[in-house]
Structure formats: structure tokens, C-alpha cells
Ligand binder design. Structure first.
Ligand code: ZN
Ligand code: ZN
Length: 360
């Protein structure tokens, strides 16, 4: 399961890896810089190298970055829109340098000029930024909570944005559960979750969905409030999250919490709640998205479980006293019985190999 939190880069960007590891995260999200200002300090080469080395050492396959707070790529005001696009370009470059897979960007606010204006501005910003930067980092547009003036809280609006994007392969979506609920998508109920995903698929396409932000919602259904709550303490609730994180279309996505740290709990609390809600699946692994030719890897937890089961079955020495040694998940070696033997080794090895093949 790819599950993590938005962790701090305080001290150095590489320290985020330590923080993620300490929390037991299998993926994580960062700001590449202080998120409260317009200007960023230039990345130092040593800092880039240290981050790349640390994440490689810890085996993080997916790292997500989040845009700072101030930019608004939907802004109708030319100067603030221009500044926002500059930051977007700069962040794409920083992510590329750091080897970060996804950059999440809020869709923003049209500041009263109407959704249609916002849609045009967002599409123009994305096209301009991607036109200026060659990068492997995929830009993810995050759904909004439906606040007054917001663009892209409805999938129909996202559809219109995607229709205007010139390089759609470089753009995906990050869905925030709190924002979905606040915008009126009833993902708390089973029927509501199915309907939400159906509508997303119809308007945007499930293949575009790359990351989930898991936050419970302080605000009610359709409240338009972007107020994150601890998992299980808000309107979505534990049962809601159980369905979300185990859903066949969502379970293999990287999932990031952005929950508050207060007297009610912290990241470790929310992560442990989510882990306890995760169900093991026994059915054959399913390729989650239509039109996806790539088979997704098993998640780490399930790989571990399979290995443990395999080991349990194989650790007992077979009758006849030969010692079987298991190296890694699927390798099996028989040690020679010593002296001429009777050909039993080879036969046993064959049988074992066949059994393993059947299990794989
Ligand atoms: Zn979010
Ligand atoms: Zn939010």
C-alpha cells in the first residue's frame, strides 16, 4: 500500500525522507520550499543530491510535491496570474531536479469573474508552463472544495480544462477526499462513492487519477469548506475511508494524508487508523483502470504477505531430510545430499519448482 503524509522539509529537503520513514510512510509529499512566500531559495546541488540519495536508499518509488499557497493559476488579474505561472514553471523545474514524480497544484479561484473565465485561465497557465519546461514530473490538478469563486470543484469543469490542455499526457488529477465531500460528492456512502467515480470516469477518465489526498472533512456535504479533519472524526467517517482505500479503482494509488496535528491526534494516529482499515485481498490482482496496458505492481504489504505464506509452506524440510533453503520470494535451492544420491534431488527440485510456479 502506498500510504504517506505531507512531511516537513525543515532543516533540509533530505530530512523529509527521515520524517517519512519514521512515520512508516511508503510514499510522501513535500513543499520543495517555504510555501508561504513567492520567492524560493535556489536549490543547491548538494541538497539535490542528498535528497535523491536518501530517497533511493529508503526505496521510495513515488514522491509528490505540492505547490506553495500563494499562486492562483485561475486568477483573472494579469500580474498575479503571471507570477503564478512563473512559480508553476519554477516548481516543475525544482521537481525535475529533485526527481519528484508528481507536482500537485490547486485549480484556484476566478475571484468572482465566473467559472468559465477560471477554466480558460487555468488551461492557459498549464499550457504555458508545460510549453516552457521539459520535465518528467507530471502536473496534477487538485479538485477544490467548492469555496466561493473556486474553479474545478466539479468534474464537469475539470473536463473543460482537460479539453483545452495541449499536452494531456503530462497532466493528471489529484483528488482530495475532503474537497470532494465539501464540494457535494457523497463519498461517505457506498452508492455515493460509486457514483462519484463513475462521474469522474465519464468526465475526466480514471486513468488520469494519479494521487489521492486522504483527509476527513470538518464541513458537511456540499458545505464548500476546505477544513481537514482527522481520519474518522469528520463527516466521511471510518466506514467511508474503509471503502475508499480498498476500492478496486483506488487501492493501488499513492495516498497522502494532510490532516491537522492537534490535541486530537497527529500523523501517526491517522496513518494507523488507515492501516487498520486496509483489507487484504485474496482474489487475483486486478488491473484497475480500463485502457491501462501497464500491469501495476503488487503493493508492498501484499508482496510481504505472499512471501511469508510461501516461506511458511516451504520452511519445513521435505521428507527425506534434505535441507531446503529459501532465498528471496521465489528462489528455491536444494543442497546436495552428499554421496552418489539416487536422483531424488533432481526430482524433488522439479516438483518444488512446479509447485512454486503454480503459486506465482
Ligand atoms: Zn489536498
Ligand atoms: Zn484542502
Amino acid at each position: 500500500m502506498l500510504l504517506g503524509a505531507h512531511v516537513s522539509i525543515s532543516g533540509s529537503i533530505a530530512k523529509s525522507v527521515d520524517r517519512a520513514k519514521e512515520l512508516g510512510c511508503t510514499t510522501f509529499q513535500i513543499f520543495t520550499r517555504n510555501p508561504r512566500g513567492w520567492r524560493a531559495q535556489k536549490l543547491k546541488e548538494s541538497e539535490v543530491e542528498e535528497f535523491r540519495r536518501r530517497r533511493r536508499e529508503e526505496g521510495y518509488t513515488v514522491v509528490v510535491a505540492h505547490m506553495p499557497y500563494l499562486p492562483n493559476i485561475a486568477s483573472p488579474k494579469q500580474d498575479s496570474w503571471r507570477k503564478s505561472v512563473s512559480v508553476l514553471i519554477e516548481e516543475l523545474r525544482r521537481c525535475d531536479a529533485l526527481g519528484i514524480e508528481y507536482l500537485v497544484c490547486h485549480l484556484g479561484s476566478h475571484l468572482g469573474k465566473g467559472v468559465q473565465v477560471g477554466i480558460e485561465r487555468v488551461a492557459k497557465a498549464v499550457n504555458e508552463a508545460l510549453g516552457k519546461v521539459e520535465t518528467g514530473c507530471v502536473l496534477l490538478l487538485e479538485n477544490m472544495a467548492g469555496q466561493k469563486g473556486s474553479v474545478g470543484s466539479r468534474f464537469e469543469e475539470m473536463r473543460e480544462i482537460f479539453a483545452r490542455i495541449e499536452q494531456p499526457d503530462r497532466v493528471g488529477v489529484c483528488l482530495d477526499t475532503c474537497h470532494l465531500y465539501a464540494a457535494g460528492y457523497d463519498i461517505r456512502s457506498e452508492a455515493g462513492l460509486e457514483e462519484t467515480l463513475r462521474s469522474f470516469d465519464e468526465n475526466v477518465g480514471l486513468g488520469k487519477l494519479k494521487v489521492l489526498h486522504l483527509n476527513d472533512s470538518k464541513g458537511g456535504l456540499g458545505s464548500g469548506l476546505d477544513r481537514h479533519e482527522h481520519i474518522g472524526h469528520g463527516h466521511i467517517g471510518k466506514e467511508g475511508f474503509r471503502r475508499i482505500i480498498n476500492h478496486r479503482h483506488l487501492r493501488d494509488l499513492p495516498m497522502i494524508i494532510e490532516t491537522p496535528e492537534d490535541e486530537k491526534g497527529d500523523y501517526s494516529y491517522d496513518l494507523s487508523v488507515l492501516r487498520s482499515l486496509r483489507q487484504m485481498v485474496s482474489e487475483p490482482h486486478e488491473v484497475p483502470f480500463e485502457g491501462h496496458s501497464r500491469v501495476r505492481p503488487l503493493d508492498a504489504q501484499r508482496c510481504q504477505d505472499l512471501q511469508v505464506r510461501r516461506r511458511r509452506r516451504l520452511d519445513a524440510p521435505p521428507r527425506g531430510g534434505a535441507h531446503v533453503r529459501i532465498g528471496g520470494p521465489v528462489q528455491v535451492r536444494l543442497l546436495p545430499l552428499g554421496g552418489g544420491g539416487d536422483g531424488g534431488d533432481a526430482a524433488r527440485e522439479l516438483r518444488l519448482e512446479r509447485r512454486l510456479r503454480l503459486r506465482r
